[in-house]
Design a protein around this ligand. Sequence first.
Ligand code: BJW
Length: 233
Amino acid sequence: MDYRRIVILTGAGVSAESGVDTFRDKNGLWSKIDYRDVATPEGFAANPALVHDFYNMRRRRIAELEPNDAHRALARLEREFSGEVLLVTQNIDDLHERAGSKNLIHMHGEHRSALCTHCGDRSPWEGDMSLETPCPACATVGHLRPDVVWFGEMPYQMERIYDALRAAGLFISIGTSGNVYPAAQFVQEAGRAGAHTIELNLEPSDTFDDFDEAVHGPASRVVPSYVDMLLKS
Ligand code: BJW
């Protein structure tokens, strides 16, 4: 098996032990608020203030949190592995980069980025955002939104991700329920191209049957021990 190229997909579960809310767990975000209201372009058009409040609240919360041992182990893997490691995260938090990961794609956007629907600019963003906030690039007011990917929108850097999946010797999926496409199909894409596939998750995900192997447990435990094993092999 050619393990010179590793692609890792992470989801909310990798950040759960840092205190970031997951979406579909029993007390996850979607048990408290309807995703159609805050995670679709239609929801934003209907009530932009509600959507800004939702992301302002999460941006403030994430700023108080720290990476955990799973984030740190993945950064160590990238640093110490002799081949190439690409980390694709569905998370909008910045805990992977704060742990030291560099070769990283935020396929669902970033909480510390603003998108202007008028000029298309994507700018680094700190603090709250509202309908009154001017775009840092074109200065128009009323067109700024969180730079995140909502249902019905195209995730970022899909071509680069699919190229990496097709070239991967190993695909690792961590802390994701396998509910949301296209990320839920990555295991099939990588497996078809010949990669060995492994799931590291608290419990069997919706795509569990598609993996060659699985280890179930909290990410802060199973990810460091899997990374140790990879670096020793
Ligand atoms: C732990 C743990 C611990 C807990 N340790 N583990 C019908 C069929 C197929 C597709 C569609 C369909 N109808 C519509 C679609 C498409 C739609 C979709 O997938 N819908 C499904 C609901 C069916 N997808 C889209 O619209 C996407 N765009 C798209 O498809 O464009 C067209 C396209 C075509 C072809 C190629 C490419 C594109 C866009 C999806 C955007 C998702 N956006 C969100 C919000 C982002 C901003 C924000 O954060 O607010 O992304 S929704 C939300 O779900 C967020 C997440 O990134 C995403 C995935 O969630 P995740 O990470 O899996 O979290 P959970 O909570 O679901 O799971 C956590 C897991 O961790 C659980 O398993 C726990 O057990 C585990 N866990 N603690 C380890 N300590």
